[in-house]
Design a protein around this ligand. Structure first.
Ligand SMILES: Nc1ncnc2c1ncn2[C@@H]1O[C@H](COP(=O)(O)OP(=O)(O)O)[C@@H](O)[C@H]1O
Ligand SMILES: [Mg+2]
Length: 426
């Protein structure tokens, strides 16, 4: 079987590592990939948002399955085009991907399906006065979200009314371009956050390990939001009972609503949840695997990863045998100094081989330069440890972290802290 993975980050490296251990021994391609994907797959220099280029590649290479990593090509209709060309694709069509591409749409869908989520209202740029009035009367904190894709930078949790009004003006005034021309204003949910990954062919559902990620750059969840500075799995806060509630109250009704809309949803329905006193509530949906959560949930998939993705892509998921390991995994992200603001690239990385002896080193933003691997992004590497317990997984990850150096290496020492708080240590 020939499989093309679309994307260039740590998530795609983790997907390729999972596919490479399939007993089906697939031939792997990656577009465009990075220095970490090159030993596993043939990297083809086609950008993840070059829809025509990717469809052409899949056709000329007679690829059997395309696995789409990032959200942008899905929102642009890559899966629609590939399926039209007769190529099995893991990823929803453009209609389905709107569940991530438009937060207002996701809320409408949830309202219709009766899915528990924060109370919200949506305002267009033309409704600025009404939006201001709504914000002024709203309890604090209040949550403001740019409707469209904003690469994790489109949400403001305002603690005061002046702060909320100024965020509202920025969004409606074009800070996020089209993505912020529509603004969603939500009630603030209290609780612990967790991520649930439902693999689906549109009807049947398989849950992977649950996870928690760390979005802020600074320890103790301080400083600006990033793409994610680390993650661990499973999330002890999500009990088996909670997962059943997520299946019945959230995933199944949303998939039904998507089918009613005519969406062809095959892939991952990522549920960002707040575990509140009244049960799990949806913060948002993503239409693809999370990054860096993928780096910790795929190593815990004991059954054949290719079989799972193939069944979801070909609508044959019902009855699939999926085995999730009872172990734990943790990922610590190494970033460039200055990230998520501006940062320098091209810093040589030392210790990759040593670190690979104790942990799995995932490449996110790297590039090969002659004999060296150099930094090539804000998030540079993810170091994944695995063990019988979260403590052991974290130990392995940090051992790997300490074996690698590059100028400006920036990371958090407190990954997994919330998970450890659930561990009863006599
Ligand atoms: N209604 C809410 N109540 C409390 N916190 C929220 C709410 N909505 C979002 N957040 C916080 O903001 C973060 C980002 O919001 P999210 O909807 O996931 O947007 P995105 O991932 O697109 O930036 C969430 O991970 C959560 O911590
Ligand atoms: Mg989010």
């Amino acid at each position: 079987m020939k499989v093309l993975v679309v994307g260039s980050g740590g998530r795609e490296h983790a997907l390729l590592l999972a596919l490479a251990r399939s007993p089906q021994r697939p031939t792997l391609l990656c577009a465009p990939g990075n220095a970490g994907t090159a030993p596993l797959a043939r990297n083809v220099p086609i950008a993840a948002d070059d829809i025509d280029g990717l469809v052409g590649l899949a056709q000329s290479e007679a690829v059997d399955l395309v696995v789409v990593g990032p959200e942008v090509p899905l929102v642009l209709g890559l899966a629609d085009r590939l399926r039209e060309a007769g190529i099995a694709t893991f990823g929803p069509d453009a209609r389905g991907a709107r569940i991530e591409g438009s937060k207002a749409y996701a809320n409408t869908l949830m309202d219709r399906a009766g899915v528990p989520t924060a109370r919200s209202r949506t305002f267009e740029a033309g409704d600025a006065e009404a939006a201001r009035g709504y914000v002024e009367a709203h309890a604090l904190p209040v949550v403001l979200k740019a409707d469209g894709l904003a690469a994790g930078k489109g949400v403001v949790i305002a603690e005061s009314t002046p702060e909320a009004l100024s965020a509202l003006d920025d969004m409606l005034g074009g800070q996020f371009g089209e993505a912020g021309a529509t603004v969603v204003i939500e009630d603030f949910l209290e609780g612990e956050e967790a991520s649930v990954f439902a693999v689906t062919d549109g009807e049947a559902v398989v849950f992977l390990a649950t996870a928690q990620d760390h979005k802020r750059i600074g320890e103790g969840d301080t400083g600006p939001n990033t793409g994610g500075m680390g993650a661990y799995a499973p999330a002890p806060a999500v009990t088996p009972e909670t997962l059943e509630q997520v299946r019945e109250r959230i995933v199944q009704p949303v998939l039904k609503a998507l089918r009613d809309e005519g969406a062809d949803y095959r892939g991952v329905l990522f549920c960002g949840l707040m575990l509140t006193d009244s049960g799990p509530q949806v913060i948002e949906f993503n239409c693809r695997f999370g990054d860096p959560e993928t780096q910790v949930i795929l190593p815990l998939l004991d059954s054949d990863p290719l079989d799972l993705l193939w069944r979801a892509a070909t609508h044959t998921l019902a009855g699939a045998e999926v085995a999730i390991s009872p172990e734990a995994a943790a990922c610590v992200v190494l970033a460039s100094a200055g990230y998520p603001g501006s940062y320098e690239k091209g810093k040589p990385i030392d210790g990759l081989d040593d670190a690979s002896g104790v942990a799995t080193v995932i490449h996110a933003g790297t590039r090969r330069e002659g004999d060296e691997v150099v930094t090539n992004g804000g998030r540079v590497l993810g170091v994944v440890g695995r063990g019988a317990t979260l403590v052991q997984a974290l130990g392995a990850a940090y051992e790997g972290v300490d074996l690698m150096t590059f100028e400006g290496k920036t990371f958090r020492r407190d990954i997994g802290r919330r998970g450890l708080a659930h561990v009863v240590d006599p």
